[in-house]
Design a protein around this ligand. Structure first.
Ligand code: ADP
Ligand code: ZN
Length: 214
């Protein structure tokens, strides 16, 4: 499958992307994960991106387009991909369109995940993530807590709160989403690719996406 997952921070893009990828072998490409690994490794990209991310703002389009064009050219993308967190601005979306045309790739759908604001805020403030870069399992202190001593149940590494999950950064991420990313819904509606899917329970959302004909 070749899809884009669209939706607010905290709507569940990462969780759904992981489920779909395990189910059908398409690669999950999360720009957030790519940027966080770059920060951890101290690469030039990471150093440039960190300040924008910590404040809850967007990393400049030019940096994102460079890494994504390279990523989409890698051979593993031929078996399908799930874009999670990209594109995030109209400029990124129109540049992506040109790249896909150049590579002869067509998208199946753009899935817009939807949940009420109170659900999203609750998820973002209670979310915790495994600090192991190759695992990154997502937990929730209310309904899916990590093991004793804040350890990941999959790999045993520490489970932590992301730097951009402070109250201020969360408020800013949602503001930026509404201003810069929400207009993509209209963009992909015009392209006749958009499907709206409710994202309240991960298993139900996953089941609904699987019923879309791809
Ligand atoms: P969420 O969707 O929950 O905000 P992500 O992991 O997708 O989390 O993104 C975290 C941060 O990484 C964003 O707040 C932003 O600073 C940066 N980022 C990720 N993807 C992009 C992108 N496509 N364009 C610009 N910035 C991005
Ligand atoms: Zn882990």
């Amino acid at each position: 499958m070749r899809i884009i997952l669209l939706g607010s921070p905290g709507v569940g893009k990462g969780t759904i992307a992981k489920l779909l990828s395990q189910n059908n072998g398409s690669v999950q490409i999360s720009t957030g994960d790519i940027l966080r690994s770059a920060i951890k490794e101290g690469t030039e990209l990471g150093n440039k991106a960190k300040k924008y991310m910590d404040e809850g703002g967007l990393v400049p389009d030019s940096l994102i387009m460079d890494i994504m064009e390279k990523r989409l050219r890698e051979p593993d993308c031929r078996k399908g991909f799930i874009l999670d967190g990209f594109p995030r601005t109209i400029s990124q979306a129109s540049q992506l369109k040109a790249i896909l045309e150049k590579l002869g790739i067509t998208l199946d759908y753009v899935i817009n995940l939807e949940a009420p604001l109170n659900v999203i805020l609750e998820r973002l403030t209670t979310r915790r993530t495994c600090s192991n870069q190759t695992c990154q399992e997502i937990y929730n202190i209310r309904n899916n807590p990590p093991a004793e001593g804040n350890k990941c149940r999959k790999c045993g590494h520490m489970v932590v709160q992301r730097d951009d999950e402070t109250q201020e950064a969360i408020t800013e991420r949602i503001r930026v989403y509404n201003e810069k990313t929400a207009p993509l819904v209209g963009f992909y509606q015009k392209e006749k690719l958009l499907r709206n899917v409710e994202s309240l329970k991960a298993d139900e959302t996953f089941a609904e996406i699987k019923t879309l004909k791809i």
